[in-house]
Design a protein around this ligand. Structure first.
Ligand code: C2E
Ligand code: MG
Ligand code: MG
Length: 418
């Protein structure tokens, strides 16, 4: 059976009727399944899930109503539209056919033109219903995220929101930079920009305490733009000041809201133009949940950004859930393996993620490397692909303010580990 074709199951105990209908439907380009009794019809419906069923009513041992009942009670087959074809004239029997879930009724002797017209109509209705169902699911997801946003604001965050708004206006946000190094050369190849809040009383506040609120509210727009601008300007300064680091890269975290509701493409285009950095050196870090959002819209935005020649990482890979299909469909360059796998020494999983990445032509950044033993283990695991492997973690350096990061680059320190 051709899997791309629309499949119709024809059920009639009169073999001649099955043959006539099959020939006509096959001639129209449909794939046809045939059954001359109820048991075979149910089996074929369960195993092949046809797009539509033409079902005779009067059949020995199991009649059409019983077949229909059985299919409607099975979650696998209950959505398949069933058109009854029968010589039944009694109006009550016809009503019964609709009551148990049939979508239409054709009288015997049937006319092929009428059968075809009804088949086409019901296939169209069924396809529209499927689309509607998918859109409803999407709306439910969006509604849930809106509700979450609302409850965020109302339950515990009103004060923090006001405080953060003020902090942004007073320019209390800072960027720290954490080095990323190559497994092959042991040299720093880039940084990840990480936000901090320099609180007048509390000192440096970690993003863990406020980034959720920023990411789920309108605050993400000014903050997101500021982070991108500042990180790209800093990258340009470093590339210019340290010719040895002219290929230095910069990772910038981008939230789902920023990607989907914000004019990110235009902003990135402008920032690249003003900072004059090589777009290839900018790596936007998105999460698995961003990847799993509205597929077409996300793909469209990622593609527009990719056309600017920037790179994409999936951050904290392995902790959420992503589909392998999206991993290959979407223009992703790097998987950042979540630090929990390193902390828990889940080496089999780490190796499997690495292999997956290399097979798909992507490189990896292993997050959260804190000890020399962990790095040695990782280098052993990936010894044949060191070129594609990068690391980030306290072993090399904690996130640094821009002066300390500049000093690190100036010292041109090779990150040597046994
Ligand atoms: P992330 O993007 O996964 O960043 C890595 C986090 O791991 C950073 O936490 C970093 O300090 C921490 N880290 C790095 N190496 C080690 C290590 O060896 N051990 C341990 N235990 N931790 C390590 P940080 O800076 O607190 O950031 C937390 C998260 O906040 C980030 O996770 C990111 O999701 C978010 N974030 C930070 N800056 C931004 C930003 O500018 N925009 C957005 N949207 N999110 C940001
Ligand atoms: Mg990140
Ligand atoms: Mg991460």
């Amino acid at each position: 059976m051709n899997k791309n074709k629309i499949t119709i199951l024809v059920v009639d105990d009169t073999f001649y009727n099955v043959q006539v209908l099959s020939i006509m439907l096959a001639h129209q380009g449909y794939a046809v399944l045939e059954a001359t009794n109820g048991i075979d019809a149910i089996e074929l419906a369960k195993t092949h899930i046809p797009n539509l069923i033409l079902l005779d009513i009067k059949m020995p041992s199991m009649n059409g109503y019983e077949v229909c009942n059985n299919l409607k009670n099975n979650p696998i087959t209950q959505e398949i539209p069933i058109i009854f074809i029968s010589a039944v004239r009694d109006i009550e029997e016809k009503v019964e056919a609709f009551a148990i879930g049939g979508v239409d009724f054709i009288n015997k002797p049937f006319h092929l033109i009428e059968v075809l017209a009804r088949v086409k109509t019901h296939l169209r209705i069924s396809s529209l219903q499927t689309q509607l169902l998918e859109q409803t699911k999407l709306l439910v997801i969006q509604n849930v995220s809106l509700q979450a946003e609302l409850s965020h604001l109302t339950e515990w965050n009103e004060d923090l929101y006001a405080e953060l708004k003020k902090a942004i206006d007073c320019q209390q946000m800072r960027l720290f930079y954490q080095p990323i190094f190559s497994f092959e050369s042991n040299l720093i190849t880039g940084f990840e920009a990480l936000i901090r809040w320099e609180h007048p009383e509390r000192g440096i506040v970690s993003p863990v305490d406020f980034i959720d609120l920023i990411e789920t509210t309108d605050l993400i727009y000014p903050v997101g733009r500021w982070v991108l601008e500042t990180a790209c300007e800093q990258l340009q300064t470093w590339q210019k000041s340290f010719p040895k680091y002219s290929d230095l890269t910069m990772g910038v975290n981008v939230s789902t809201k920023q990607l989907s509701e914000f004019n990110l493409v235009e902003d990135v285009r402008n920032i690249l133009r003003t900072s004059k950095i090589n777009p290839h050196c900018l790596k936007l870090e998105i999460t698995e949940s961003t990847v799993m959002g509205d597929r077409d819209r996300t793909l469209q935005i990622l593609q527009q950004l990719k056309d600017l020649k920037i790179q994409f990482c999936i951050d904290d890979f392995g902790t959420g859930y992503s589909s392998l299909r999206r991993l290959t469909d979407f223009p992703i360059d790097i998987l950042k393996i979540d630090r929990s796998f390193i902390h828990n020494e889940e080496w089999v999983t780490v190796k499997a993620i690495g292999r997956l990445a290399f097979t798909l032509g992507k490189s990896i950044v292993v997050e959260g490397i804190e000890t020399a033993t962990q790095l040695a283990m990782l280098k052993t695991l990936f010894r044949s692909s060191l070129k594609e492997c990068y690391g980030q973690g306290y072993l090399c350096a904690k996130p640094l303010d821009s002066d300390s990061a500049s000093e690190m680059l100036a010292s041109n320190k090779k990150f040597v580990i046994a």
